[in-house]
Every structure is written in structure tokens, then in C-alpha cells.
Design a protein around this ligand. Sequence first.
Ligand code: ADE
Length: 234
Amino acid sequence: MTQPIAILGALEAEIEALKAVMQDCKATAWQQTTFYEGLLFGQRVVLAQSGVGKVMAAMVTQKLLDSYQPQYLLFTGVAGGLHPDYAIGDIVIAKDCVQHDMDAIELGFPRGQVPYTEYRYLATDAVLRALALTTTTPHPLHEGRILTGDHFMTKKALHDYRYLTEELAGDAVEMEGAAVGLVCTYNQVPFLIIRTLSDKANEAATVNFLEFLPVVAANSFAIIEHLLSSHQTI
Ligand code: ADE
């Protein structure tokens, strides 16, 4: 049997549109997580909600890789925009991702680098990324760098954390991508992170996040449909 394609999102709102169109869906529970196996746009997939933050994302990703041996993994959800030209509703296709709160600088490691390893900027799969960028969508698509940390970023924080853009050159910030990316890289499984902007990581971020999450969470639906429908060309 062909290996499935894995799809993860942190919150229910970030995967519900995909779950709604899955066919022949079989649910398997593991602790508080449910894995949904079925058909999506003609492909075998396994879909799950990771929960919020790096630990939840890493834990569920490793379990998913061990249990289902997917060909590749797509992570979908929302993020806060850091790039000044990006607007709420725009979609960021990650070229790479990094843990912005990994800080062992005092030990001589650059910000974002996992100490005593080469893991810092984790590259997404070039073929998946190029294909995702050819999707026709009503929302602007950007190829950018995703920063990940266990911190919901607002302007107040940004004042103290200018390194997000100045040092790490981040385009969007969220709370799971680089954790998923590190687990996938470690396991040699190709991955792609697709994020729609729910806010601009500024003083309005909390209000915008709550308002726009349900509205924009499905923006990346078209990317996943395009990737799965074009699957045979990957
Ligand atoms: N996800 C969506 N918006 C975010 C923000 N401002 N900070 C961290 N994660 C986010």
C-alpha cells in the first residue's frame, strides 16, 4: 500500500475544512490526539491536530511519523506577519523555519541553533515548495522564512525582540513550524509549512487573531488541494 501524505494543523479551526471533505475517514485515537486516515483530493492522507506550541507539535509529529510512515508532511495554519509588505489573509509558503527562542548564545551558538548540532534554519522540501507557489488563489502567496517559538508575539514583545527581523530575517511568526520541521528533518521526511496571516504580530495581534483565525484558517486549503491533485508529478 502507498504511504499516506501527512497533514497537521495546531487547532481544530486549522484542519476542519480539510476534514470536512475527506472520504472513507477512519479515526484512531492516541492519548488525546485523533488521527484521521482517508482520501483527500484522490490521495491517501492522515490528518491530525497537533495542539499548540513546540512540544505538542514535536510529540504528535514523531508519533505520526512512527505510526504511519508518511511520504511527506504538510503543516497548515495561521501565523503573525513580520514582513512589512504582508497583509492579513496573505499566505506564506515557508522556504525554511527556525526556533527563534532557541538561545544558547552565551555558549557560543548562534541564535536559533540547536546546541552541538547543525540544526538551525530547517529547509522545507524544494519540490513541494515550488509546486505550492504555482497555486492559483485569490490570496497573495509569499515564499518566506517562518520563525517558531513558544510565545504569542505582539508589538510590545517585538520592541524587545527586534532580532526576529534584524538577525533572523523572519517573515512570519508562529508556534509549531520549526518543531515539526526539526522532527521531520531528523527523520528524513520531506515537509512543507503553509501559513495564512491572521495578524501582524503588533499591538492588535490578540484581537486580530481571535477575529481572523476562523475567517482565514481555510485560505491555505487551495494550496493543499493543488499539492495533492498534482501529486503524481512530485
Ligand atoms: N500565530 C498567529 N499569530 C501569531 C503571533 N502573533 N505570534 C505567534 N503565533 C501566532
